[in-house]
Design a protein around this ligand. Structure first.
Ligand code: DND
Ligand code: ATP
Ligand code: GLN
Length: 617
């Protein structure tokens, strides 16, 4: 068997950023050529980026993608490159991988199974290619084969599956195996979610074993277009054994890995993130890094309460800087996020991290007479330990002014007994214009601290603490945030979290004599997470949720019922809020964001019959 050096490069692409995308592709090809790689696989739809959404419905995007493809042709001297782009053919658009071999286009493999579950909506944009079918396509007066193709490259018979193709039981690899392929390439755009890498690893290993071939899997990388993060896996396996396995979620714009197949070369395995907590730190930081550099903003602004949610976000931003320095170096990080690195004093990595954090993260504690000194100290200590800018002011005067005007308008006095929620909300809303103003003044993005549990039940003031244009933790539930903060203090060394980790989650919106806690207002968080998983992720109705939880829960039946009813009631009346939350990252295997994973009507019966059924059980 031929010894051939094959490689894969993950790429951090951006929708229709042709300059960036082609630069990354060319740099990956250059690196591959420098290392005598003979076959290079690049991720799915890497010319346009995967997440172009309805731009794929236009004519001009596929047309421009062809122009860009042709500009790459001459670049592929002495190398074969698999490069992804949309192709229009006979009034349909296909998700294709083009094989360019030594400056010649050999043909286009077209995806057969489209990803249409969870956060994927490929059927809106693409047609699936019928299996065992090949056609001809004319591009600038030249004919090329398109469809269910295999390719002879470097003495190897090479087949392709594009991402979702491989996640089905009846998959192209079954037929490629019958054809006796030596190598299957899988260009992918497989989104990040916690511990999903195990599925991918398993897929690649079993594919190489079941189809007796070398299986090369190459994923897209980074926060490509705002919400979805790609892991950037490069995986090569043979006969159920990894030959290449990289560390995912790099901050680099591309990363090449290669291996000489049919050689006795040692496998190239790099240690990767193991737990969801490790993954959250890296994926969250990378998502914020890409968001910042791709939107050209000056950084982030955060209303820092010293509580769990806002503190976790402050740490993520600081962590972004710390990892950025580790992976790219001080100068390259500063350049990537458009900072003038000459402003950084000669300093070691820790000091540089603080100086950069100081430039890009502005935090403010906005106290009221209901705030405690513990939260103020917690916020201040954390901000200082991270190097972030920190200011503290009070908003009581503005809140009182609002009270006075409202009392006059409705012709009566306000009181906590009669006006509890309105009096809470005005505090959260009074913080919003001030912190937005800082964001405007500094051209920074206001981060909103909504988490998924709040999103479930609308436990948040719209246009108050929901204010902001990016919600970094809205994809995770509150217990996860609380656990992660402990991990970040102990394992990542963010010792400034000591105070945060001692506090009980509270909105601090009622006068202190009312002692408010989130769990008293709602229900125990762990129970809420269990109900959420069954009701939303597993789509069970109230009775079904009760029957499952009642088997293991020690909560009295009537109390359990009342919590389940509360959850469904709050879930249904708060869809409008979820529709209005800032964009967030997809992190867990499901989310409650109506734009990606979870579509739900704004007006419903509110589960009237289903709740009645539970009451009568
Ligand atoms: N279906 C629908 N479609 C469109 N709009 C709808 C609507 N239903 C109500 N509304 C509107 O929504 C308003 C109610 O929403 P909103 O004003 O946000 O307020 P609301 O949801 O009534 O109350 C906010 C809740 O969040 C809690 N909170 C607030 C702030 C911070 C924290 C914390 O944990 O730190 C907790 C607070 O304790 C309270 O339980 C109504 O006055 C009405 O105008
Ligand atoms: N005193 C405050 N100063 C600045 N921002 C505040 C203050 N109180 C609340 N906020 C803002 O409102 C958001 C919502 O409060 P919430 O209580 O849900 O979160 P948290 O305080 O970060 O965490 P926890 O719920 O664990 O206390 C905060 O994350 C913060 O952005
Ligand atoms: N791009 C795709 O086809 C992605 C689908 C696949 N199920 C994944 O999430 O990895």
């Amino acid at each position: 068997m031929n010894q051939v050096r094959i490689g894969g490069a993950c790429l951090n692409q951006t929708p229709i950023d042709w300059e960036n995308n082609i630069r990354n592709i060319k740099q990956a090809i250059d690196a591959a050529k420098r290392n005598q790689v003979k076959i290079l696989c690049l991720p799915e739809l890497c010319i346009t980026a995967y997440g172009c959404q309805d731009l794929f419905l236009s004519n001009w995007v596929p047309e421009e993608a062809i122009n860009q493809l042709l500009s790459l042709q001459d670049y592929c001297q002495d190398i074969t490159v698999a490069v992804g782009l949309p192709i229009q053919h006979q009034h349909n658009t296909y998700n294709c991988t083009c094989i360019i071999s030594n400056q010649e286009i050999k043909g286009f493999y077209a995806k057969q199974s489209l990803a249409n579950d969870g956060i994927h909506y490929e059927k809106r944009w693409f047609s699936s290619w019928p299996r065992n079918t090949v056609d001809n396509i004319t591009i600038q007066d030249k004919n090329y084969p398109i469809g269910d193709l295999t390719f002879d490259i470097e003495g190897l018979l090479v087949g392709i599956e594009i991402c979702e193709d491989a996640w089905r039981t009846d998959r192209p690899a079954c037929r490629l195996y019958e054809k006796g392929v030596d190598l299957i390439l899988n260009p992918s755009a497989s989104h990040f979610s916690f511990e999903k890498k195990q599925l991918r690893d398993e897929l690649v290993l079993t594919s190489s074993q079941n189809f007796h071939c070398h299986y090369l899997y190459v994923n897209q990388l980074g926060n490509e277009s705002g919400r979805v993060i790609y892991d950037g896996d490069v995986l090569l396996a043979h006969e159920g054994r990894f030959l290449i396995k990289n560390r995912r979620l790099t901050f680099k714009p591309f990363e090449l890995h290669f291996y000489d197949i049919h050689s006795r070369q040692e496998a190239k395995i790099i240690d990767d993130f193991r737990t969801s907590q490790e993954e959250f730190a890296q994926a969250g930081a990378l998502a914020l890094f890409d968001y910042m550099r791709k939107t050209y903003i000056n950084g982030y602004v955060l209303s820092l309460s010293g509580g769990a949610d806002s503190s976790s976000i402050a740490v993520l931003v600081a962590h972004m800087v710390r990892i950025g320095i580790k992976e790219l170096g001080i100068d390259a990080l500063a350049k990537a996020i458009h900072l003038d690195s000459s402003l950084l004093l000669n300093s070691d990595e820790d000091q540089a991290a603080k100086q950069i954090t100081q430039q890009i993260l502005f935090t403010a504690y906005q106290g009221t007479k209901n705030s405690s000194t513990q939260t103020l100290e917690s916020a201040q200590n954390l901000a200082e330990s991270l190097g972030a800018q920190f200011r503290a002011w009070t908003i009581d005067e503005s809140v009182l002014n609002a009270h006075r005007i409202a009392e006059e308008a409705i012709g009566r006095k306000l009181s906590w007994e009669t006006d509890d929620i309105a009096l809470q909300n005005i505090q959260a809303r009074t913080r919003s214009p001030l912190i937005w103003m800082i964001a405007n003044l500094q051209n920074k993005i206001l981060l909103t601290t909504s988490n998924r549990s709040e999103g479930d039940v609308g436990y948040t003031t719209m246009d108050g603490d929901t204010s902001g244009s990016l919600a970094p933790i809205a994809g995770v539930d509150k217990p996860f945030v609380l656990q992660w903060l402990k991990y970040a203090e102990k394992e990542l060394g963010y010792t400034g979290l000591k105070y945060v980790n001692q506090l009980t989650p509270t909105a601090e919106l009622r006068p202190q004599e009312y002692t408010q806690t989130d769990e008293d207002d709602l229900m125990p968080y762990t129970l809420m997470v269990a109900i959420e998983r069954l009701a939303i992720a597993q789509r069970q109705n109230p009775v079904q949720v009760f029957l499952i939880l009642n088997k293991t829960s020690s909560i009295p039946q009537e109390t359990l019922k009342s919590y389940i009813i509360k959850f469904y009631r709050l879930w249904s009346i708060n869809q409008w809020k979820r529709e209005r939350l800032a964009p967030s990252f997809h992190l867990d295997d499901f989310n409650v964001d109506p734009k990606t994973w979870c579509r739900f009507p704004i007006i419903t019966s509110g589960f009237k019959k289903e709740i009645e059924d539970l009451r009568n059980l």
